[in-house]
Design a protein around this ligand. Structure first.
Ligand code: NAD
Ligand code: UFG
Length: 346
């Protein structure tokens, strides 16, 4: 029996492959490589010394999914595949509803048709919208403020409806806070196309000299130093949470066959604290300039982690220093990401 990891070649998916392979599970990756490079999967095999089964395909293609799940006797799915850029989702909402909502609908239909009814879904803290109270508990109201966030909420609702309709389903919804960092080998990490949207990869590219300076989006928020505060979580901790969540699915009773859990550390760090921590971790300067606020940003966002501790027996172990030094190790070894390697193989 194998586990199907959709989007397994991407940033979080590739780290999840390592964690699942290392725990002895067999993994099939299903990815259309629209935002990833197959080189990441070669690196996963290098790190683990185990081989992956790789199927190139699109989650919107239900019949191919069914064939793949039957071919590899899949017992469950970890579902990462989708689009994730908040700004782009406002410019091209149809692409987001197509990939994220319709894609997940096709995946669930394929799972139902083949009797594979165990799923872990990548949701996001963005489903909470503007925090009304902090830390954010899972009971906080759900009110996303952009199309990307709404696609995550639509899928969450679809999953809750599905689980309620048939007690054979086992569904875990994981709401990530801000995943950062890289595997300690420096072989896999985040490899954004073009100009990074997110803070950590941008800081890393400034530290390597690829970009001149960081734009800090506002220093007049009601926070310790005026810059935005987020709950950054090491990607390896995050994927270990997936392993715990997947194992939990098998133990859920049919009367309570789904759960939604935050995956964060519970600690918030400001943009300037991240800059200072990265300077310490890399021993490089990170020049910055304060510019206008970015529209749609909230002042502070961090998780209440109690439910994850109680339900999954999971907490994040790695600290901010680990997040910065592992990111630095990855960008130093791979200043151009995976592209350089795949070009040289062409
Ligand atoms: P990523 O873009 O690196 O990985 C996504 C993978 O899915 C890529 O390999 C891409 O090629 C693939 N993919 C996209 N559309 C596909 C489709 N239609 N069919 C098959 N494959 C497809 O993103 P990531 O950072 O690894 O995020 C993984 C998941 O976690 C996403 O669902 C994202 O929304 C969610 N998430 C990410 C963050 C974050 O900050 N990275 C935060 C919260 C939630
Ligand atoms: N920031 C800057 N400069 C940059 C980039 C970001 O100052 O160049 C600031 C932002 O204003 C914010 C903080 O750094 O205060 C973090 O911004 P990110 O873009 O890294 O992360 P967000 O919290 O905005 O969003 C991320 C993902 C979303 C996900 C969310 C979950 O991009 O997809 O975390 O909490 F939903």
């Amino acid at each position: 029996m194998s586990i199907l990891i959709t989007g397994g070649a991407g940033y979080i998916g590739s780290h999840c492959c390592v964690s699942f392979l290392e725990s002895g599970l067999d993994v099939v990756v299903f990815d259309n490589f629209s935002n990833s490079n197959p080189e990441s999967l070669k690196r996963v095999e290098q790190i683990t010394g185990r081989s992956l089964k790789i199927e190139q395909g699109d989650i919107r293609d239900q019949s191919t999914l069914e064939t793949v799940m039957k071919r590899h006797a899949c017992e469950g799915v970890i579902h990462f595949a989708g689009l994730k850029a908040v700004g782009e989702s406002s410019q091209d909402p149809l692409a987001y509803y197509d990939n994220n909502v319709i894609g997940t609908h096709r995946l669930l239909s394929a799972m139902d048709a083949t009797g594979v009814r165990k799923l872990i879904f990548s949701s996001s803290a963005t489903v909470y919208g503007e925090p009304k109270s902090l830390p954010l508990t899972e009971e906080h109201s759900l009110n996303p403020v952009n199309p990307y966030g709404r696609t995550k909420l639509f899928v969450e609702d679809m999953l809750r409806d599905l689980a309620a309709s048939n007690s054979e389903w086992r569904v875990g919804i994981l709401r990530y806070f801000n995943p950062v960092g890289a595997h300690s080998s420096g072989l896999i990490g985040e490899d954004p196309l073009g100009v990074p949207n997110n803070l950590m990869p941008f800081i890393a590219q400034v530290a390597t000299g690829r970009r001149e300076r960081l734009n800090v989006f506002g220093d007049d928020y009601p926070t310790r130093d005026g810059t935005g505060v987020r709950d950054y979580i090491h990607v390896v901790d995050l994927v270990e949470g997936h392993l715990q969540a997947y194992e939990k699915l098998a133990k859920l009773p049919s009367s309570s066959n789904s759960f939604s859990v935050n995956l964060g550390t519970g600690n918030g760090y400001s943009v300037l604290e991240m800059v200072k921590a990265f300077e310490r971790g890399s021993n490089q300067p990170v020049p910055y300039e304060v510019v206008e606020r970015r529209s749609g940003d909230v002042a502070e966002c961090y998780a209440d982690t109690q439910k994850a501790e109680e339900l999954l027996a999971w907490t994040a172990d790695r600290n901010l220093g680990d997040m910065c030094s592992d990111t630095w190790h990855w960008v130093r070894k791979n200043p151009l990401g995976y592209a350089a390697e795949s070009d040289s193989n062409d």
